[in-house]
Design a binder for this molecule. Sequence first.
Ligand code: PLP
Length: 392
Amino acid sequence: MTEPRHFETDAIRTQVPRSAEREHSVPLFLTSSFVFDSAEQARALFSDEIDGNVYSRYANPNTDEFVHKLCKLEGGEDGIATASGMAAVFTSLASRLSSGDHVLASRALFGSTHQILTRILPKWGVSFSYADASDPDTWTSQITPSTKLLFVETPSNPGLELVDLAWLGALARERGIPLIVDNCFATPYLQRPLEYGASLVVHSATKFIDGQGRTLGGAIIGDKALVADARFFARHTGPALSPFNAWMLSKSLETLAVRMDRHCANALALATHFEGHADVESVRYPFLPSHPQYALAQQQMRAGGGIVVLVLRGGIERCRRFLDALALCSHSPNLGDTRTIVTHPTSTTHSKLTEDERQRVGIVPGLVRVSVGLEHVGDVIADIEQALASSR
Ligand SMILES: *Cc1c(COP(=O)(O)O)cnc(C)c1O
């Protein structure tokens, strides 16, 4: 049989081999370790002469399936699964960096990634600097001989800034510096950074990959040599994904394409509805022509994603009244759920940044992030309309 070629088919038909029970749906391997057939096999497994299950901190059939599937979807050579998105981000950085090294990253980053760069890695003598997503000079001028990694998030959380992956991927290849892309907002269904020259993709599978707000998880996918370093680091430091969560996440990937199509359609409808609304100062969404990087979004993304940013008139006090008036939408820090979630980054996810740092990545006090869910979009729009009206 020829290999399945399409995203949806790979997402559904990548499975670990069926057991002697002939099950149709993949079983859960709730086991911490595996038995050896012989003393010789044990020796060979531990010396990496052969591949096989040993211990679930290293790998497990459920994590293997999740990773193999994600490798196919991202077009990556190899990968590992991690317990959370932050475990993936940290492992991708820490497994490569030594004291004296420098990381050049896009300024608009997930809050905890910013904390790793500013508060954790400097303790071990690793420095960083920030470049502006859309200004090429800030990238080329800040690369030094110590720059060992480039790290970006596109679209960024929550400002929805894009980085030109073709341009940065080419720069990374030319300078021989691996580029890591946090592909959490787009998922491989909308954007495949490895095709543009990125060396690794990191994921918070907690978001759209699970898509149902049930579990934390993460993954690192990409270049074989870099994944080998990440695997060594993870194997000995222990950020392993549990078999149960891996089983759930692999199941979730089966429906990623249909879910993302609907997330994107609902998000575009909501963004279009609120653009020009009297209570809304501005709307940001990559597939709205008013987005400053609309052309780039069209070029590197299949659709605009499930996140819409609304800047409400009336600043922080208005936002607080608005959040308290929502009846259907959830007020929660998560995103990428079937349920629409509204978040106020200034007072929650990005509250640890200084006012100046927030301003520089476009997080103004009136900004709310809407993770548009899979409810009927008319009901979501109606809820936001009533909350806007009652918060005036
Ligand atoms: C949520 C998120 C993370 C962290 O993922 P966890 O699974 O919560 O650890 C990293 N990057 C981005 C862009 C995120 O949205």
